[in-house]
Design a protein around this ligand. Sequence first.
Ligand code: ADP
Length: 816
Amino acid sequence: MNETALRIATIADLDALAWRIARLREEFLSNTNVDLSSMRTVIRDSWQRCRALAVNAELNLAHFVATNDQQLRDLYDLNVAFLRAAGPVLLRLRATLGNAGYVVAISDAEGTLLDVDGDPACRRKLARKGLLPGSNWSEAVAGTNAIGVALATGQVVQLVGAEHYCTGWQDVTCTAAPVFHPDDGHLLGVLDITGDYRLVRPFLTGIMAAAAAEVQRRYRLERVTQPARSRIFSGWTPPVPSNNASPVAGDQLVLFERLADVMRIVSSVLDPVRTPFVIAEQMGRLLDASGTVLAEGTTAGPPRTYFWTVSGEAGQKASEILQHAIHDPTILTWRFCDRPFIISGTTITNYKEELAGFPLPDISGMILVVRIPARPWTIADQQSGATLAAHGAAILRHARLYTDLQAYAAQTEVLNTLALFLSTLIDPIRQIDVVLQRILALTHLDIGMMVLKEDRHLAITAVPEIAIDQEQILALVETVMSTGQPIWLCREHAVAHEGTLLPLHDCCDLVVLPIILHATNAGALLIGSRAHRHISGEDLTLLLTITQQLGLTLSNARLRQVASENDALRQANHLKSVFLASVSHDLRSPLTAIRASVEDLLERQHEVSPIDHRALLSNIARETARLSRFVDQLLDLSRIEAGTLPIDREWVELHALVHDVITNFQQQYPVCRIEIFLSPTLPPLYIDPTLITQVLWNILENAQKYGPPEGPITIEAFCTNTDLVISISDRGPGIPINERHRIFDRFYRLERDRRSHRNGSGLGLAICHGIVAAHQGSIWVDERPGGGSIFRIMLPLINEQPTAWCPLEYHSRESV
Ligand code: ADP
């Protein structure tokens, strides 16, 4: 498996989240009445359990329950099958995560760590907190942590930093998945991934759910292969050597040769459906019988039977006798004895033929054999039959194991593919139809539907879009949500009233599975097929795991959505406050000046000298102009930000444009000296001349305002292959390096200018940035060698020339 690409995402969100939970935790630890409603239910419940268990929240080091090698060895022995099943899975996780800062661990059903592996640096760091074999992570001992919560809830959990109850684990993130016994469902242990809390990744939950499912399957294989059987076939009694033993008789030799043949035939089948028939047939051929039956199954319920008979009358009679014998309760119990047996004729009512019986070791089965007409069963017959039975049982087990293995491999593949797919979705909540399509493709089913509870109503997504009886579907979903148990409906097997439960007209099989979001049943996945499908227990387990994985993905997506919505609201609120503070200040100062001048004029109407009268009026005019400029700037900026700024492009010659700007500028600031250096080969630009004029004007005005009023200001322009770069330099105080990118933010002003109460709104450069960006260009500021700032504007060149272009006269060095 390739190493997973671990993308670092939204650390700021994480820090904010961790900080908020840390504060809640402190309040919770010091106070019993804390509002924990904003926390995940699963964590809140765990904290409350920890409080009830009086867990020491100051814990920095995990508690060790196995402290020496012998105790650890005992622990391993107790969990040997689980460890063997988990070993390859841990190895693969380890290889997948590489040295990306994670440690993988496995605990027993009590929460005691059995094995820890992973990134060596991270392992050393976590070892100092006690993440070592022998340490216990149950909630009662180590407080809220992923392993403890997985043990307590039986679900896959991911925990971030401060969600841990104890002090020692506030800076880590853990994702843990419980592993259940494949047959009786009891807890075997937990798989866990731990790392720095900034490495929290939602897709780890999917990976862990798939890993836990794989351990579970391997555990089943471990148990099947585990109890090492003696190599001596039971039922085989070695011939007792005797002095008068004659060499093997000719018919015995034939029998043994035949045994080798049938063993070869039996060994060559790997199909578990065909294998019992082949064994029954070969047993018949080996012993020259008229009929055989292979029966197997537990003591509860009737056994499964596989008959073989020769054709004709003998075969018919053999079949009748075997049918009787195989359903005889006394005979059935003989399958547990460990050697061949002979059933005398009197045992079976109405028949006198003697039957030979061969138990099938390890699979609770046997083969009965009958010969018509009857012939005595020799020692050689019994020996060969017992050998074939023992060999057949082994072959049957292997065939089933092989099929299981194939099914497990296919299931693991499905879960891995799905986990990978889900981890690539940007917004799974809005992509449910895509998720459903992928699940259908992976499970080879053709109808998918997801019903999710949203506020008070249920949202239904169906793939493909189908006519549905909503009421029936909702009734099914409600049942599944209230019981938490899946429902499987099949038209083929339905008893009368169940048939009517199927809510989709053209659907034959339908499985309804509960979806758990944030530890509550929040909806259901309905999945089925139009044609009849033999949905097995294995299929149901797979569908349940898929649904669990889906629930986790959706839970995480919802958490992320809520977090980012809160963040966006906070940011909008902050911007609104900044905006109001800035706007009210910038509106107030000119208004105050205007009001003072007007009041002065009114109060001293008749005493004001003509000179003062004029001064007051020009003051009013200047401040009104300032006010109107500010309002214009606000309007421009709002249009830029809303993307509604009209751009009226035309072909423009830069020399002419610069010339016009400078002429106007000089009229307003006659003392300011401007130097111009424009390359002679500048191509025409396809721009909005009014907007680019505004950009140049804003920068020139800033240079004059923040630099020496008399300048000099230098304008330069040159071309690269793809862009035209205009630079405007001044000899002002320059801009500190750490604030260079911020001066293009709206309302941003340098600290020194804010403090000195110099006029300014912090909007000019934001508008320049917006205009240049709307031309697909960029703007930035550099330090000018010898002091001052250089503002650079880069505009992309467009290759097509205007059809009737007539360059204006060029001034190589111009001083205006
Ligand atoms: P303002 O209306 O405040 O000038 P701008 O957006 O044009 O708004 O500029 C933002 C801030 O950048 C100014 O307040 C000033 O602190 C700083 N600044 C802009 N141009 C220069 C410059 N040429 N030299 C030094 N500081 C400048």
